[in-house]
Design a protein around this ligand. Structure first.
Ligand code: C2E
Ligand code: MG
Ligand code: MG
Ligand code: MG
Length: 282
């Protein structure tokens, strides 16, 4: 009982909280309907080489085409789904859809975000493995992006799942690196193949010596640990120049491409922005 926890803590009874709860329920109902009516779709954001010349991968990012509200970003609905069975259903839909789309881009690595509750679901690893088999999708071309929140609790259980995925050949990336509490210790405990330097460090690096120093140190850290590294959120040429200079392996940001529809990514890959161009040129 909220009341038992003492005065000032009876927040559950505030009228606006009540409203929020109602909104949540409504939203959950709408999300269930959205799954049935196919209102979710994926955008893909290119991931390019450090020199910016080739697309080597893409990150799948979910969107909701709401009948009344138009295109909605994940921040507005995924937190409500997280921790409910909805997140499992949505996550499974994302994984299947991304892998199916990525069959058309045989040279790209496809990055798929996985939420904390998704990875803790007992069927998570079997589901990934079944999907890869069913679609004939090479495990090495799938990269699962997880955040620190996913490994924070139930650490041992999550670790063994990540090890299983690793054994399948799936790659694991630690997303939003640097924003959490103890990211460095997670690098030691888990076998991540890659970390992604959070956008907040990249955003101001041309104006802030501290951000630039942190980004450079993180790129060196990846190198020292033998890990791959992607810098996220590059929007300006100066940021790219710096990242190229320090030898950051992979880059992602509006500067190279906003999240786009599958067809558009396919066209860009075909137009020679993919690895095939270099291969063809020798
Ligand atoms: P994330 O995984 O860190 O994805 C990168 C986010 O940064 C995306 O936002 C992307 O649009 C945005 N971004 C990329 N480059 C730039 C840039 O240059 N400037 C700016 N301002 N933003 C940039 P989005 O698509 O809104 O997704 C937000 C977060 O929602 C993702 O962060 C991820 O944590 C989560 N998410 C998205 N799709 C999925 C999904 O299918 N499943 C799960 N579990 N989470 C997802
Ligand atoms: Mg991500
Ligand atoms: Mg990120
Ligand atoms: Mg993020």
């Amino acid at each position: 009982q909220a009341k038992d926890r003492g005065r000032g803590r009876c927040v559950l009874f505030e009228p606006h909280m009540d409203e929020t709860l109602k909104e949540r329920r409504l939203m959950e109902k709408e999300m269930r309907r959205a799954l049935e009516r196919n209102e979710f779709f994926l955008r893909y954001q290119p991931i390019v080489t450090g020199d910016g010349s080739r697309i080597v991968g893409a990150e799948a990012l979910i969107r909701w085409r709401h009948p009344k509200r138009g295109e909605i970003l994940p921040a507005a609905f995924l937190p409500i789904a997280e921790g409910t069975d909805l997140m499992w259903s949505i996550g499974a839909w994302v994984l299947r859809s991304a892998l199916k789309d990525a069959l058309s881009w045989p040279e790209l690595t496809i990055a798929v975000n996985v939420s904390p509750s998704q990875i803790r679901h007992p069927d998570f690893v079997p589901n990934v493995s079944r999907l890869l088999e069913e679609l004939g999708f090479p495990a090495s071309r799938l990269e699962l992006e997880i955040t620190e929140a996913a490994v924070m609790d139930h650490t041992d259980a999550v670790k063994s799942k990540l090890d299983e995925l690793h054994d399948l050949g799936v790659r694991i990336a630690l997303d939003d690196f640097g924003t959490g509490y103890s990211s460095l210790s997670y690098l030691r405990q888990f076998q991540f193949d890659k970390f992604k330097i959070d956008r907040s460090f990249v955003m101001n690096l041309e104006h802030e010596a501290e951000s630039a120093a942190i980004v450079e140190a993180l790129v060196n850290l990846a190198d020292a640990l033998g890990m791959a590294v992607t810098a996220e959120g590059i929007e300006a040429r100066e940021q790219h120049d710096f990242l190229k200079e320090i030898g950051c392996e992979f880059l992602q940001g509006f500067y190279f491409g906003k999240p786009m529809l599958a067809g558009e990514l396919g066209q860009r890959v075909l137009a020679g922005e993919g690895p095939s161009r270099l291969i063809a040129k020798g």
